[in-house]
Design a protein around this ligand. Structure first.
Ligand SMILES: [Ca+2]
Ligand SMILES: [Ca+2]
Length: 194
């Protein structure tokens, strides 16, 4: 039910409605260099791909209750997550995830930034030093190990943000439509939550 094709880009699509599949994509440590490889596990079955051959991925959950886990590169990655959709760009690659209920992206080192956007319904955002997630009706988007996470509640509904301190000396601030926390190596901000 998942297929992988095309020579320049990998397209992974779930064809069975309502099927609960899992894709795990580990991007090459040194994308674009010879002998480095991306690893894709589709329901536990691994495919190894030369990172010089394939630089873009589309992972299509085709709805259902699928899970996608992406390990970012050791370089600087940028993540944008919307309900059921995510785009991760980094050195030498782009990954698009579409129609997938559960998306987790791990920064993997470097200076990584994540932007999380809400749904039209009621959503909740949880921000911690090393992991943040935004969850709403039927979906959960998780950013793990990012240096900076910004969450936006601009699509409507009654949305809540919960920011957590590591210890008493962490900085917490709330100004106007923004609340934020700064940690030693990361920061989390939430915009326009009620
Ligand atoms: Ca990274
Ligand atoms: Ca919302």
């Amino acid at each position: 039910m998942w297929k992988l094709d095309d020579v320049d880009s990998a397209e992974i699509t779930s064809h069975r409605e309502g099927y609960r599949g899992q894709v795990r994509l580990e991007l090459a440590a040194d994308s674009g260099q010879p002998a480095s490889a991306h690893s894709i596990k589709i329901n536990g079955v691994e495919i190894v791909i030369d990172s010089t051959e394939i630089t873009s991925f589309t992972i299509d959950g085709a709805d259902g209750n699928d899970s996608v886990v992406i390990h970012g590169s050791v370089g600087n990655d940028t993540l944008r997550m919307h309900p059921y959709y995510a785009t991760l760009t980094g050195p030498g690659y782009q990954v698009d995830v579409v129609r997938t209920a559960n998306i987790t992206v791990i920064g993997g080192g470097g200076t990584d930034k994540a932007y999380l956007y809400d749904s039209a319904g009621n959503d909740r955002f949880y921000g911690k030093a090393t992991v943040s997630w935004l969850t709403g009706d039927g979906f959960t988007n998780v950013a793990l190990g990012f240096n900076r996470v910004d969450a936006y509640a601009t699509a409507g509904g009654t949305d809540r943000a919960y920011l957590y301190d590591l210890a008493l000396d962490d900085f917490f601030e709330a100004t106007g439509n923004q609340v934020g926390t700064s940690f030693a190596e990361s920061s989390v901000s939430a915009f326009d939550f009620s």
